[in-house]
Design a protein around this ligand. Sequence first.
Ligand code: NDP
Length: 275
Amino acid sequence: MLRLRDTIRLHNGIEMPRLGLGVYKVEAGQQVEETVRTALELGYRSIDTAAFYQNEEGVGNAVRESGIDRKELFITTKVWNRDQGYDETVKAFDLSMKKLNLEYLDLYLVHWPVKGKYVDTWRALERIYKEGRVRAIGVSNFKIHHLEDLSANSELKPVINQVELHPNLSQPELRAYCKENEIAVEAWSPIARGRILDDPILTKIAENHHKSTAQVILRWHLQNDVVIIPKSVTPARLKENIDLFDFELNAGEMEQIDALNRNERFGADPDHIDF
Ligand code: NDP
């Protein structure tokens, strides 16, 4: 039986909540502070931000002001593409920590595999990890070939790979590779930013369970052992997106959702990024 506060154990032994809040496109300042505050009140314990989102300061403020024991929370941020490279990444980490104003970070990710740079960037993450300033290090938007390259050229293995993942891009090969290599998988745009909420198959499954389409998709991820970080600034949706624990998709429904895969990205292809 899955529960809201369930965690997955990362390969370095650290526990990470299976469900968190993503704050991409949440405005710095009041909006992000209010959103994180509401989410924490509702029971969220994990927040996914990034230097690129420019709202780390507000995330840190809301976390500190919540009064929740820091050990109960799980905070992720990421090094942005133009800050990649060994020295640059160490500096970028320091800046993120200054903005977050937290004693330590739970998870630091390489945001995208910037060609020619991500291995050096990863080495900087290894150093930061060994210094004890972050509890776990991982990557984002890495394809299998990036993970293999990293494995051949570095000491530590990423604990997690955060990638675009939803029913139209269910990434079966990447998920299998990560499972074999004990790398957890985390979905960004888990509900495809709302683009597939009218899908007739998803809608039918949702009706059968008296749940919303978004809830069905999020439950599908959880049953696949994928970590999810749906974003919302709408209190009712923040509540809806964690109300996933009073129903279960059966094997047939899981297969029907798996069959919606079209290998279709809504976001950028990690092999062709120009940002
Ligand atoms: P999501 O799939 O989480 O969708 C967010 C959108 O869906 C928002 O417009 C939100 O609207 C709406 N929404 C949320 N819940 C519901 C609901 N229950 N019913 C209907 N609509 C809903 O997309 P994101 O791209 O934001 O991905 C989630 C997180 O993943 C990001 O916030 C970020 O943390 C991370 N991410 C990481 C990337 C990477 O490269 N590593 C790239 C992109 C995202 P509203 O807010 O108005 O309620």
